[in-house]
Design a protein around this ligand. Structure first.
Ligand code: G1P
Ligand code: ZN
Length: 563
């Protein structure tokens, strides 16, 4: 059937500014406002693909959350009308964020659209998100997201092809004639390409020696997909390929509302996994977020590996992974609030280590320039230059590779690290959904405080600890590759012993404000390595609350989430 594209008139919205990772809003914001989704997609196609739109190929996929199917179908019709030649789409619209990044790179497309609000809850009352990734497979840089926002503020029409009906449930190729040009929709097995890639990166035979049913040196593992998109990937990789028993994987059916839970792998929201591991029957546990880019790693008895330490341990042991044996280890990076544990490894291995603002998009240039192999964020993100997104399943395979290679337990690896380098204690306190006005006031006060010349050298005391402020600033970053400057990325008080107190507002929330308070303190006394970080960091937490007047301004006496 010959189809025609149509122009549809529309009115702009003023709130479509992409945040740390795409546009995230309540589902109802997309659903109940005319053309809200269409406007953002049209702006994304213009700003993200631009001149290359005609004849282009794009990848489309998401984490299976509510409204994802409608959005996928809408994107198909709009891409057809905008002159895109071909879409590669995961079956039923499902693709993990790392898989999208890989497919963009593997098939050298002009980018991709990811439908996810990551770890935010889903369902009709939850959140939805749209994110554009560029041809390198990574999240669009600010130059593009700012341009998207500009377009959304004045958009007056979008293009669509209302009569086009594609079937996204059947693997295979469908073609359509739109205004005389061929438009192809290829529905892919959501996991096949990604699994093949993981088998190239890692030595599956080695991992099998610890996880396969009947292994000689068995490590009982428990992987929790939290009803996010990783379920099918987890099943194919851990059960079908690595031979782990069926009982090693749970919550592997993707659900539109993630079973009513918050699909975020941390001690608060993955409490089920923690409880199960505390029974002492497993040597390794892991969980992922809704779109599969985050991971949490636990050892025996739910021994918690902070993402900061996880990054450092992997940095120390990358050589046992075939991918890095081929590429060599180029350098490391972490987001600014992430602890300096990896910096200590970098110093000992003589590699470069970069500190970038929060958000994975800041790692891409360094990877593309061949300066960066491994990076991570304290927010449960770990990944490498194998793609341009963080990758939860990759992180678990990396950990299992290290465990198989060293024959050590998770706890032993951590102890080795602390004994060698000392322990960078780290915690993050989140105050979610705070009123916007007091949150902004707090940040304004802090910004005023840090320019006061009297602050540097000032001493703060709490309990038996006294800290002297050595540096006070709002983190600003100059990208070493393209020299772009990103300012205002978090207020920092760095003490004379390198302890840090950092404040920033979240850029991924969908309503109100979320204050993130990051605390880092370093200890080199082995007697303290086994202590609870909340206890060790209490003096710094108290000082942070005192300096910011957080409790007085927001009325919150306790964080909603501690990681
Ligand atoms: C949060 C994390 C950040 C991560 C982002 C996307 O952003 O803090 O590290 O890159 O989610 O997963 P925030 O809400 O703090 O802006
Ligand atoms: Zn995510």
């Amino acid at each position: 059937m010959a189809l025609t594209a149509q122009k549809v008139g529309t009115k702009p919205y003023d709130d479509q500014k992409p945040g740390t990772s795409g546009l995230r809003k309540a589902v109802k914001v997309y659903q109940n406002q005319p053309n809200y989704t269409e406007n953002f997609i049209q702006a994304t196609l213009i700003a993200g693909v631009g001149d290359r739109l005609k004849g282009s190929t794009l990848v489309v996929g998401g984490d299976g959350r509510f409204y994802g199917k409608e959005a996928t179908e809408l994107i198909i019709r709009m891409c057809a009308a905008n002159g895109v030649s071909k879409l590669l789409i995961g079956q039923n619209g499902l693709l993990s964020t790392p898989a999208v990044s890989y497919l963009i790179r593997k098939y050298q497309t002009q980018g991709g659209i990811i439908l996810t609000a990551s770890h935010n809850p889903g369902g009709p009352d939850g959140d939805f998100g749209i994110k554009f990734n560029t041809p390198n497979g990574g999240p669009a840089p600010e130059a593009i997201t700012n341009r998207i926002f500009e377009i959304t503020k004045s958009i007056s029409e979008y293009l669509t092809c209302p009569a086009l009906q594609a079937d996204i449930s059947t693997i295979g190729t469908q073609t359509f004639q739109v205004d005389g040009a061929t438009f192809t929709v290829e529905i892919l097995d959501s996991v096949a390409d990604y699994v093949t890639y993981m088998k190239e990166i890692f030595n599956f035979e080695s991992i099998k020696t610890i996880v396969a049913e009947g292994a000689v040196t068995p490590l009982k593992i428990l992987i929790n997909a939290m009803h996010g998109v990783t379920g099918p990937y987890v099943r194919r990789i851990f059960v079908d390929e690595l031979g782990a028993p069926e009982s090693s994987i749970i919550n592997c059916v993707p659900l539109q509302d993630f079973g009513g839970h918050h699909p975020d792998p941390n001690l608060t929201y993955a409490a089920d996994l923690v409880k199960e591991l505390k029974k002492g029957q497993h040597g390794f546990g892991a969980a992922f977020d809704g779109d599969g880019d985050r991971n949490m790693i636990l050892g025996h008895n739910a021994f918690f590996v902070t993402p900061c330490d996880s990054l450092a341990i992997l940095a120390q042991n990358l050589d046992c992974i075939p991918y890095f044996q081929k590429t060599g280890v180029k350098g490391y990076a972490r987001s600014m609030p992430t602890s300096g544990a990896v910096d200590r490894v970098a110093k000992s291995t003589g590699k470069e280590c970069f500190e970038v603002p929060t958000g994975w998009k800041f790692f891409g240039n360094l990877m593309d320039a061949g300066r960066l192999s491994l990076c991570g964020e304290e927010s449960f993100g770990t990944g490498s230059d194998h793609i341009r997104e963080k990758d939860g399943v990759w992180a678990v395979l990396a950990w299992l590779s290290v465990l198989a290679h060293t024959n050590k337990s998770v706890e032993e690896l951590l102890m080795d690290h602390w004994n060698k380098f000392g322990r960078n204690f780290f915690t993050r306190h989140d105050f979610e959904n705070v009123d916007t006005a007091p949150a902004n006031e707090m940040m304004a006060n802090l910004n005023a405080l840090i320019v006061d010349p009297a602050l540097v050298g000032k001493q703060y005391s709490s309990g038996d600890k006294t800290y002297t402020v050595a540096v006070a600033d709002n983190f600003s970053y100059t990208d070493p590759i393209d020299n772009s400057v990103t300012k205002g990325q978090g207020v920092r008080l760095i003490m004379s012993d390198d302890s840090r107190v950092i404040f920033r507002l979240s850029g991924t929330g969908s309503s109100g404000a979320t204050i993130r308070l990051y605390i880092e303190g370093y200890e080199s006394d082995p007697a303290k390595y086994g202590l609870d970080s909340q206890v060790v960091l209490k003096p710094l937490i108290d000082i942070a609350l005192q300096v910011s007047q957080l409790q007085e301004l927001t009325g919150r006496t306790a964080p909603t989430v501690i990681t």
